[in-house]
Design a protein around this ligand. Structure first.
Ligand SMILES: [Zn+2]
Length: 449
């Protein structure tokens, strides 16, 4: 067993429901087989477990691993395509790149870059939009499983209005999805998600096939896009004879507890009520919504209706993998909404980036905070000495203020170590180079053999 010693910040109690930040300046977390089996003040824990190895992380701040509820595997090289609204951006930036994943060798290179991007950002769990090509989805699952990430993903399907090579048929979508699910669903930390791209590119027959697949794969997830952009919404309404966007999925039985819909920037009240009744989650993607000019996310209306919300990076329309940036942008948007916005504290941002995501992905009993009984999925934030974040943290008045500074100034460069199930996925020395952080009880740092 290992005793992790650290300043630990997490949000086991939902700040939107009256909870507040849990901050332990010198905590001890006892981890056995990847599970936090006991937690308390370090001195008491060290006395209780004198024989266990101590990993001293007091040179940083330990947070739960981040949960990204909406991110696109094939778009890592498309990040930074600025200056276009959604449908133009898809046509010019995203879809040409997605078409290249027909080549398995190309897909392998992108999968490596994508998984590495998640790990470096401290993302330990993610709901991933896969590729339109089944072999590329296999490649993604293999890469993510090899790295040790907690990934839910699937084959993206469309049967109209996109470039020809990205289209499929209902039967092929079902068959290829089932084959992928048989290989990867509930294997280790991976799960399968039925993934129609969006109603705009999916006819009723294909959405029916998606429903059949979800019904035939026990515990499979459903994810797609909804209500992102005004022109997109108008086109969907025209294609479905005036049907509401959420209803295009709901009438096929796709909206439920294991559903996550991305964006939802422009929902009607009826749609919010439907999402709440079904227990579906919404992935709020703040930098993407800003970069594409999609709109300001109505968080207050979601919360008022009881819709569950978490964060998504939406790479590559989003501007990177870091959930620090998504949290900060979420905060900006609510400020800009004035009276219609929700004033967000640092604890809200941490909750949205960790425990809310875990809950939306049905992982709330396993991850999302660092309490006893949770898997040890964690991120060590340790800025470079003398960096602005380092200065800010040294002068923070309290833990909530320190956390606010982490969200204001933090980036992937400040992520010094990442664990999933107690296993290190990334460790960086103070100079940014990979190294170990195993130390003895005195806090001495040694590189493990
Ligand atoms: Zn997306």
């Amino acid at each position: 067993m290992t005793l992790f010693r650290a300043t630990v910040l997490d949000t086991p109690d939902d700040p939107f429901a009256g909870g507040s930040l849990r901050a332990d300046a010198d905590a001890g977390l006892l981890v056995r087989d990847g599970l936090v089996v006991d937690r308390g003040g370090f001195a008491a824990m060290a006395a209780r477990y004198p024989a266990d190895e101590v990993v001293d992380l007091r040179d940083g701040v330990l947070l739960p691993g981040f949960v990204d509820t909406h991110v696109h595997f094939p778009q890592v090289r498309a990040i930074g395509g600025l200056g276009m609204p959604l449908l133009q951006w898809l046509e010019r930036c995203a879809l040409p790149e997605e078409a290249r994943l027909a080549d398995r060798t190309y897909a392998e290179a992108v999968a490596e870059e994508f998984v590495s991007g998640l790990v470096q950002a401290g993302t330990t769990s993610a709901l991933v939009f896969g590729s339109h090509f089944a072999p590329a989805v296999d490649v993604l699952f293999a890469e993510a499983a090899g790295a040790g990430l907690r990934i839910t993903a699937g084959l993206v399907v469309s049967d109209r209005l996109l470039r020809e090579e990205l289209l499929t048929t209902p039967q092929r979508a079902y068959d290829e999805g089932l084959a992928l699910a048989r290989r990867w669903h509930r294997v280790g930390r991976t799960r399968y998600a039925v993934t129609p791209r969006f109603s705009l590119s999916c006819g009723d027959g294909l959405l029916d096939a998606c429903r059949s697949l979800q019904a035939d794969v026990d515990g499979a997830w459903f994810t797609s896009h909804v209500n992102e952009n005004a022109q997109e919404i108008a086109t969907v309404a025209r294609l479905f004879d005036g049907c509401g966007y959420v209803d295009t999925y709901d009438r096929h039985g796709l909206v439920g507890r294991r559903s996550v819909l991305a964006h939802n920037v422009h929902p009607t009240d009826a749609e919010l009520r439907c999402l709440a009744e079904r227990g579906a989650g919404v992935a709020h993607c703040p930098t993407s919504n800003a970069a594409l000019g999609s709109g300001l996310f109505p968080l207050r209306r979601h919360l008022a209706c009881g819709v569950r919300v978490a964060l998504g990076s939406d790479v590559g329309a989003g501007t990177g993998f870091s959930l620090f940036k998504e949290g900060l942008q979420a905060y900006f948007v609510q400020q800009l909404l004035g009276d219609e916005g929700v004033p967000l504290s640092a604890a809200h941002l941490l909750h949205l980036a960790t425990s809310a995501g875990a809950e939306v992905l049905g992982l709330g009993d396993e991850v999302g905070d660092l309490g006893t009984g949770r898997r040890f999925d964690a991120v060590l934030v340790r800025p470079a000495t003398g960096s602005t974040l380092d200065v800010a943290l040294r002068h923070a008045a309290d833990d909530e203020q320190a956390l606010a500074k982490v969200f204001a100034l933090g980036s992937t460069a400040d992520v010094a170590a990442v664990w999933v199930d107690g296993r290190p996925l990334l460790t960086r020395g103070p100079d940014g180079a990979p190294s170990g952080t195993t130390g003895d009880r005195s806090g001495r740092v040694a590189v493990p053999g």
